[in-house]
Write a protein that binds this ligand. Structure first.
Ligand code: FPP
Length: 241
């Protein structure tokens, strides 16, 4: 544990070894409803805030961010709401290539949302590959589905190689969408809910959790600082003593 008094947040990030933050951006709908607005209004504000928070994380020295933009279950929402989220996403992809230093990865089944979206996501990944700061956008994502696709691809490759050795944890990690990223040190959920909702099921085994009562559009960079300092004050033991 480190003494956090009067230390700038960038130093807290460095000293605490915080490399990867994942966000469950919850509360857009309730935020809009409380203002007497349609839910889409909340997603618009949420998407704008997502940009602010991701840029801030990069600024304070975080190496990798993952955001939960659309789960495999979210497709069951009213058509109008799903379309509004997809429009925000497509607009974002069009401008995202200009986000300095960010390497984009879409984790999940982007093609399952349509050929057009899948191709746009793949294009952005290709254009931004090799940049220093990694942003994983979970899209049509489910943690269990991610493990299933990893195991299936792994088994197929092993079969092709005639490899009969037992599967290891490292094998599975290497076939997850997040391969190449450190596991999330910290998972932040906004919206006053305290559950994982099928997010990063494999990768969150030793993550620390921070819950904010704020709805996502109201979540600020000061709140990120609060979560970072909370994380740094935890005693991580990875199952040891
Ligand atoms: C959860 O709030 C939020 C979502 C399901 C969608 C999140 C999407 C965005 C922030 C926009 C994505 C756009 C880009 C560019 C990545 P909720 O709707 O479940 O809120 P509620 O719990 O109040 O109903």
């Amino acid at each position: 544990m480190i003494d956090l008094t009067n230390i700038p947040v960038t130093e807290v990030v460095e000293k605490s070894g915080l490399r990867h933050i994942a966000f469950i951006m919850d509360g857009n709908g309730r935020w809009a409803t409380a203002k007497g607005q349609p839910r889409e209004f909340g997603h618009r504000a949420g998407a704008a805030n997502f940009k602010t928070i991701v840029r801030y994380c990069k600024k304070i020295g975080i190496e990798c961010c993952t955001v939960y933009a659309f789960s495999t279950e979210n497709i069951k929402r009213p058509k109008r709401e799903v379309e509004a989220i997809m429009t925000l996403l497509v607009n974002y992809i069009a401008e995202a290539v200009d986000e300095k230093d960010i390497e984009f990865r879409f984790i999940g089944d982007a093609y399952g949302l349509g050929e057009n979206i899948g191709r746009k996501c793949a294009g952005l990944e290709k254009e931004t590959a090799g940049r220093p700061y990694r942003l994983n956008i979970a899209l049509n994502y489910g943690g269990r589905a991610e493990i299933v696709q990893a195991v299936n691809r792994l088994m197929q490759d092993k079969l092709l190689r005639g490899d009969k050795t037992p599967v290891t944890e490292d094998d599975i990690s290497a076939y997850l969408y997040t391969a190449g990223c450190p596991e999330p040190d910290l998972i932040v959920r906004t919206g006053n809910e305290q559950r994982i909702s099928n997010f990063l099921t494999w990768q969150s085994t030793y993550s620390e959790f921070h819950f904010s009562q704020k709805m996502w559009p109201d979540y600020t960079t000061d709140d990120v600082d609060l979560a970072v300092r909370d994380f740094a004050g935890r005693g991580r033991r990875w199952g040891g003593v």
